[in-house]
Ligand binder design. Structure first.
Ligand code: SAM
Length: 198
């Protein structure tokens, strides 16, 4: 089940149903299932595939030009390779004016304090500096994602927020993460923004 605040963000940012939605990196398909129940026509893709998720990478998506009214990417774009060419493919299948609703983890905002807090919650003995370096080596930053989106999309300003409590989802940690962000003891590593296909 997606975090309630993430689901609320996506529902509030999408056009009303019925609309044709592409979900990129849908994982186990839980968000897609909830959106279908809400009346959307959802195509969910993920190279891993699952019951109602097509086993397809974004770059290989077979869909007519401008066939989607909107797209959702929940903490998936930081994994998508090759990013630039995949986003070009996305730009082809979205109609002009379509919203791309993005919920991301910004690896550039992850510092040793955030990493130490997260590792501690998971009884993980890894050194925070090693963890930060590992994450930065494997994931695209939000800045890089935005640079790669810019040729085809107008970009809204990213809104920073809590994210660590969702990695994996532990709702009971959200209040503490937000309290620590509010006191300046932790950076906000979540980023939400909407991009509009030009
Ligand atoms: C961190 S998971 C997020 C899954 C789900 N959206 C969620 O919020 O639980 C990132 C997902 O992106 C998928 N992914 C990786 N490369 C992809 C690509 N090229 N195209 C589409 N999805 C991709 C991964 O398989 C993985 O399921």
């Amino acid at each position: 089940m997606p975090a309630p605040d993430a689901l609320a963000y996506v529902r509030a940012a999408l056009p009303p149903p019925p609309a044709r939605i592409l979900e990129i990196g849908a994982g186990d398909g839980e968000l897609a299932a909830l959106l279908r129940t809400a009346g959307y026509d959802v195509t969910a893709i993920d190279p891993k595939g699952s019951d109602a998720v097509l086993p397809v990478a974004l770059i290989d998506l077979d869909a007519p030009p401008r066939s989607f009214d909107a797209a959702v990417a929940m903490v998936s774009l930081h994994h998508v390779v090759p990013l630039g060419h995949s986003l070009r493919r996305l730009s082809e299948v979205l109609r002009h004016g379509a919203r791309l609703v993005i919920d991301e983890f910004d690896v550039d905002a992850l510092d040793e304090r955030a990493s130490a807090w997260w590792l501690d919650q998971h009884d993980n003995p890894k050194h925070p500096a090693d963890h930060v370096a590992e994450m930065r080596e494997h994931l695209y930053s939000v800045g890089h994602i935005r640079d790669e989106l810019a040729p085809w999309f107008d970009l809204g300003e990213p809104v920073p927020g809590a994210y660590l409590y969702r990695w994996p989802l532990r709702p009971e940690l959200r209040d503490e993460e937000e309290r620590l962000i509010a006191t300046g003891e932790l950076p906000a590593v979540g980023r939400r923004f909407v991009a509009i296909r030009r």
